[in-house]
Design a protein around this ligand. Structure first.
Ligand code: TRP
Length: 448
């Protein structure tokens, strides 16, 4: 215990830490979920509500995770036990379970991006992208993609915080930003770009209930900001320097929003310019993996280069997120005395196995696991974290934040939100929205 503090790894620089945290947040959720959820439920109202949630719930919860992580200098399971007492240690293990569970199917989707990139490069994506997607999204091809993606993720994580995670983020994130800006500019030149923007940011509330828009916004915020399972807590546990954590959380959250918003500006003009909007409705993944390449196929071989750029961007986004999911599991084992190498290989291999059913069976399984782990358990984790920090650890967390965050008013505002606003809001969302939705997806999975 006493030697732990001196041997523990550290981020090399403030920029490295921020880019790694942004890398965790910016992921498939930004590209694959945000604009789709927006177009399906509330358009511009969804976006506005989402921003309110990011400000009132997301940033304060992220700030709390950062504070606990930096304060404890330990994995969440150890940290929560030491700071909160034995009763809170299961929450840390719930985080590990979530990291494990999310990565198992996240890696399957990320594996598709490898397949799409390779096939775009070889000009081998057929015009019937629905059939193509059906063939590559499940079965042996999907297993290969999943294995390959996990192998790369494990390789980076076993290199460690500074040489692995930080370096990966410093290389991939700037490339991702460049690609996304270039693609958004290209998309805006398409003939029907305006119709696409209109569908994305529609003002049609239709028959969507307010509660379901709230529900989608909260679920999306937790998933996209990597909250509720100690990922950013783990990252902050490798931070020693006393930065302003409230400011870092704001930078991370706003960059994440910017990327998600821009991704919608890319996808929707393509879908509308090529008149393939009717293909989008079928599933969450339909927009990205079926409609988008179908539209770009109409451009002939130059379209393949756009497909390639898009899926490489998606791959970078997925990879920097996946390493944070694996790191939560790996740090927990390292803190129990295991070597990083053993922990990364062992945990990685178990996740490979756990993901195989998602790769082999139909998409209902993947969707159900996403709903249970990627939505229900994250919001539950966020609720419990807010209760612990707001009601038990407030003095310690506030003292930690005071190092670097000198504004007393900002800290006071944060404390009020984390104590009085966030727990009841998350509780209501959980009971009225998330639990019924989770139940529905379990019933769909079993056909009842
Ligand atoms: N935020 C990532 C995305 O948007 C996914 C992710 C990475 C994540 N780490 C996480 C989600 C931790 C929840 C918790 O795709």
């Amino acid at each position: 215990m006493t030697t732990g503090a001196t041997e523990r790894e550290q981020w090399g620089s403030r920029a490295g830490f921020i880019l790694a945290a942004v890398g965790s947040a910016v992921g498939l959720g930004n590209m694959w979920r945000f604009s789709y959820v927006s177009a399906q439920g509330g358009g511009i109202y969804f976006v506005a509500l989402y921003l309110i949630f990011v400000a009132m719930v997301g940033i304060p919860v992220m700030t709390s995770e950062f504070a606990i992580g930096r304060l404890a200098q330990q994995s969440p399971a150890q940290a929560l036990k030491r700071l909160g007492g034995d009763r809170w240690s299961p929450l840390g293990w719930l985080f590990v379970f979530c990291g494990f569970g999310i990565l198992s199917y996240y890696s399957v989707i990320a594996g598709w991006t490898i397949r799409y990139s390779v096939d775009a490069f070889r000009h081998a994506i057929p015009t019937d992208t629905a059939a193509y997607f059906g063939a590559v999204s499940t079965g042996s091809g999907a297993v290969v993609g999943h294995l390959l993606f996990m192998a790369i993720t494990i390789f980076i994580v076993l290199k460690g915080i500074h040489k692995g995670l930080e370096r990966a983020a410093i290389i991939m994130m700037p490339m991702l930003f460049l690609l996304i800006i270039a693609l958004a500019i290209w998309s805006s030149t398409l003939t029907n770009a305006g119709a696409g923007y209109g569908a994305y940011l529609n003002t049609d509330l239709g028959n969507i209930s307010f509660m379901s828009v709230v529900n989608n916004a909260v679920g999306q915020a937790f998933f996209s900001l990597s909250l509720g399972m100690g990922a950013l807590m783990t990252y902050a546990s490798y931070l020693r320097s006393k930065e302003n954590l409230g400011k870092e959380a704001t930078i991370v959250a706003m960059t994440d929003f910017g990327v998600a918003f821009t991704a919608g500006l890319i996808v929707f003009p393509i879908i509308y310019s090529f008149g393939i909007a009717d293909q989008v409705g079928m599933s969450m993944v339909g927009a990205l993996f079926i409609a988008l390449p179908a539209g770009l196929q109409l451009l002939g071989s130059s379209g393949d280069w756009i497909v390639l750029a898009f899926f490489i961007m998606l791959f970078f986004a997925a990879l920097t997120s996946a390493i944070s999911l694996l790191e939560v599991v790996v740090t927990a084992f390292i803190d129990h005395g295991m070597a990083r190498r053993t922990a990364a290989l062992g945990a990685g291999m178990l996740i490979v196995l756990a993901g195989i059913p998602s790769a082999v069976f139909n998409l209902n399984l993947l969707t159900a696991i996403d709903q249970i782990v990627g939505n229900f358990l994250l919001i539950l984790g966020g609720l419990l974290t807010a209760i612990l920090v707001g009601w038990k650890l407030l003095p310690q967390a506030d003292a930690e934040l005071a190092q670097g965050m000198s504004s007393k008013t900002a800290r006071k505002g944060w404390a009020l939100l984390i104590k009085y606003l966030i727990p009841p809001v998350l509780f209501v969302v959980l009971i009225l929205g998330v639990i019924p939705a989770t139940w529905t997806s379990i019933k769909t999975l079993f056909g009842i």
